[in-house]
Design a protein around this ligand. Structure first.
Ligand code: BGC
Length: 371
């Protein structure tokens, strides 16, 4: 016993009393917080802790493409069926859910959502959330907002209401999902380009984000740059002042490889292109490094929301490409999502035989296969 004891004891008791609430609160907070992964981290000095941890927790993901983003679900051959949701959620940490809301809403400025379609999206979102995955819900293929020709069965609207409709779509989507888990993220618009490149997208994104923030003050929202979300357009992106953001980028470099034989492009690019020689590797690395450098400067984490290689390419080359992009993204602490799960661009799962396309599954998901 030292003479200090009598005064030390009350101090220690007081300290314990002060710490007690922390001991109770910490496990609750720790449980609610996203599971941050060990390893490299992106710079996060411009965002909240939650946005930063979310970006790192997104990890390995896949796009449920060509389903709810077709003009009508089923038009492009696949539907978001329960067995597909189950399979995707069983292996990936994140599912990006592209949705063509604009084609299921009034053609007027208010863009009132078709309730039956919105309920269909609710069911898919909720099934995914129930499986514990992160869900990135976007607005996909609103062709008119980019000034693109419409897809067959896509509804045309008056030019003066095109932008306002995007804002009003977000007002409704955000209100609809305001009570869902923080594992649901919103992405304002897939691949802005053409009419929206540069300042027009900065202005419209700010309006769409404000519509979201009216009901979802802290939900993490993804915003990507123009030029189809390519990292080379990041210098033109001016983000709204908001601490709950992640920036979305896409890369299909080397394009002559990833888009060979795609028939919806003219001219159709020649097939028989392999991957990945030194020049092709450099294209992948420089796109991802541009994103990483932007992140270091701006302190907003970056997510690679799409990459993939068309089925016309040789399987070994697609496997080499998948490994390359995935490992270069992971080296930079970037979560990623393969385009796509079970449709006809670059599936990792065969929806007809109901089996994984093993070489691609391994290339994307097996640690031992990554160089
Ligand atoms: C588009 C898809 C397309 C893919 C690859 C996506 O953003 O929505 O329709 O297959 O990019 O080009």
């Amino acid at each position: 016993m030292t003479p200090l004891m009598p005064t030390w004891r009350p101090v220690r008791a007081a300290a314990l009393l002060l710490l007690l609430p922390l001991l109770v609160i910490f496990p609750i907070v720790a449980q609610a917080a996203p599971q941050a992964q060990a390893g490299p981290r992106q710079a996060c000095h411009a965002v909240s802790r939650a946005a930063c941890d979310t970006a790192h927790a997104l990890g390995r993901g896949v796009n449920l493409g060509n389903m709810l983003d077709a003009p009508r679900e089923g038009d492009w051959g696949v539907r978001a069926e329960p067995f597909l949701i189950e399979a995707a959620a069983s292996r990936f940490q994140t599912v990006r859910l592209p949705v063509r809301w604009s084609n299921h809403a009034a053609p007027t400025a208010d863009a009132t959502l078709d309730e039956a379609f919105a309920r269909r999206v609710d069911a898919v979102v909720d099934a995914l959330l129930a499986r514990g995955v992160w869900v990135i819900l976007d607005v996909h293929h609103y062709s008119q907002v980019f000034g693109d020709p419409l897809h067959p069965r896509e509804v045309e609207v008056a030019p003066q209401v095109v932008d306002e409709r995007l804002v009003n779509l977000w007002k409704q989507i955000a209100r609809r999902y305001q009570d869902r888990s923080p594992r649901l993220l919103f992405e304002l618009l897939n691949e802005p380009h053409r009419r929206l490149d540069g300042e027009p997208w900065n202005l419209l994104a700010a309006r769409a984000l404000a519509a979201v923030r009216a009901t979802n003050p802290t939900r993490v929202v993804l915003i990507g740059p123009g030029d189809w979300n390519h990292p080379r357009a990041l210098p033109q992106l001016r983000l709204p002042a908001d601490r709950h953001l992640i920036v979305a980028v896409h890369t299909y470099d080397p394009f002559g490889f990833t888009h060979q034989g795609v028939t919806w492009r003219t001219p159709v690019l020649p097939t028989g292109v392999g991957c990945c020689d030194a020049t092709q590797r450099q294209q992948v690395v420089s796109a991802l490094e541009a994103a990483a450098q932007w992140n270091r400067t701006h302190g907003v984490p970056v997510h690679l929301g799409e990459f993939g290689a068309h089925v016309a390419a040789d399987m070994d080359a697609r496997v080499a490409y998948a490994r390359l992009v995935r490992s270069e993204a992971e080296r930079r602490a970037m979560g990623w999502a393969w385009w796509e799960f079970a449709a006809d661009f670059s599936p990792v799962y065969d929806p007809w035989a109901r089996v994984w396309i093993e070489p691609l599954r391994r290339a994307l998901l097996d640690d031992k296969d990554v160089r």
